[in-house]
Ligand binder design. Structure first.
Ligand SMILES: *Cc1c(COP(=O)(O)O)cnc(C)c1O
Length: 400
């Protein structure tokens, strides 16, 4: 076995099942392993590397700020946080933002805001607030978040879980409407379910959801940690439906592929629930993260990455749709968030990923049947062609 893999197997918790490749370098859409072999990265770290690996402008922002001021905690102001939050609010149309580090923390922040808003503004009796989520959701790995997951494995052995959550089928507006009661604080939803298997809801779902929420005085909170910042060919996936949620969660690509940066953004009325001492994070909003995230947002706009994702995504989907294989059940997605679903009884998605790896394409299965194709937004037609050709070869090998 590769000695690096052996060492990691000995010392690192076995909470993942990585493909057997040791990466040592990345640039743009490419990564290289410890033997010097080059791969196209179709994972982009679950959308955290939308800008591509080690984007020069972002590396420069990082190194410059690292040599100036990196961490101060929010005990003091820094000159980098406000410009980031202003830019993020300007781009998303939200009023205020609360910076965190990982996605799960920003989701927790949103849940806290929604509950406090329910008690303070909506008048829900103490400790009675309900938050509605969707079957098949993925919002992170904290105890409260896995408590409302519908994946048994995410929960098994980790209970008890906090109460106050109910789950409805994703894509079903009537089920949401039926589940809303007088104590409902918020509906938390991914516009496209990422870890759930790249599940795209019926057209118009989110705009109908927004209306139901508004009619019932329920906050609509969109988790765009994975779908946001250009991934689906729009700044936010919710913009495809012309929806401006009451609360918005960003993460992953917000760190420019260099650092963990997340935030919860919201209407002023919602964000004003937080008073000094209510909530916090030692690292959230630090100058280093803020400098990188701000440059990342500027790069998205300056380099036309959002439009590119729409164009390249359509090209990618069309090319995948032309593959005629009895193993493929469906190709689905939006922009550069694409899932290829295989027939469960014919091939394991993991096998496809292993074979693609041999051909220099890195991806990862989600569940047992879906292969995700979600490269950095800077991918070119030639790189897409190479990926499609490799997949075509893998499938014809497996069919034969
Ligand atoms: C990845 C993800 C999260 C969790 O983010 P972490 O940074 O891993 O905590 C939450 N929501 C969605 C939609 C995600 O894709």
């Amino acid at each position: 076995m590769n000695p690096t893999i052996e060492l990691e197997e000995e010392y690192c918790a076995h909470n993942y099942l990585p493909l057997p490749v040791v990466l040592v370098r990345g640039a743009g859409v490419y990564v290289w392993d410890d033997a010097g072999k080059r791969y196209l990265d179709m994972m982009s770290a679950y959308s955290a590397v939308s800008h591509g690996h080690c984007h020069p402008r972002l590396v420069q922002a990082l190194t410059q700020q690292a040599g100036r001021l990196a961490i101060v905690s929010r005990a003091f102001y820094s000159d980098k946080l406000a410009p980031l939050l202003e830019q993020a609010c300007r781009m998303t149309g939200q009023d205020m933002a609360l910076p965190m580090n990982t996605g799960a923390e920003a989701v927790e922040t949103a849940l806290k805001a929604a509950r406090k808003w329910a008690y303070t503004v909506k008048g829900v009796p103490a400790d009675q607030a309900e938050i509605i989520v969707c079957d098949g959701n993925f919002h992170g790995r904290t105890i409260s978040i896995v408590g409302f997951s519908s994946e048994d494995q995410y929960k098994a052995g980790f209970g008890p879980f906090p109460p106050g959550f109910t789950s409805v089928p994703f894509g079903d507006v009537d089920a949401l409407e039926a589940a809303i009661g007088p104590n409902t604080a918020a509906f938390l939803v991914e516009p496209i379910q990422g870890e759930g298997g790249i599940i795209v809801p019926p057209p118009g779902y989110l705009s109908k959801v927004a209306k139901v929420c508004a009619d019932n005085d329920v906050l609509l909170i969109c988790d765009e940690i994975q779908t946001g910042l250009g991934r689906t060919g729009a700044l936010l996936a919710s913009t495809h439906d012309a929806v401006k949620p009451d609360g918005l969660i960003l993460g992953k690509a917000l760190g420019g592929g260099l650092l963990p940066v997340s935030m919860f953004l919201a209407r002023r009325e919602v964000m004003e629930m937080f008073q000094p001492g209510d909530h916090g994070s030692t690292f959230g909003g630090n100058p280093l993260s803020s400098a990188v995230a701000l440059e990342g947002l500027r790069v998205l706009e300056d380099e036309g990455m959002i439009e590119a994702a729409a164009e390249m995504g359509a090209y990618f989907m069309a090319a995948l749709g032309e593959i005629k294989s009895p193993l493929i059940q469906q190709v689905r997605g939006k922009g550069l968030l694409i899932g290829v679903e295989f027939y469960a009884d014919k091939v394991a998605a993991r096998t496809i990923c292993e074979r693609l790896m041999d051909k220099g394409i890195l991806s990862k299965e989600t569940h047992d049947t879906v292969v995700r194709l979600a490269p950095p937004l800077i991918i070119t037609r030639e790189q897409i062609d190479a990926t499609v050709e490799a997949l075509r070869q893998v499938l014809s090998e497996l069919e034969g």
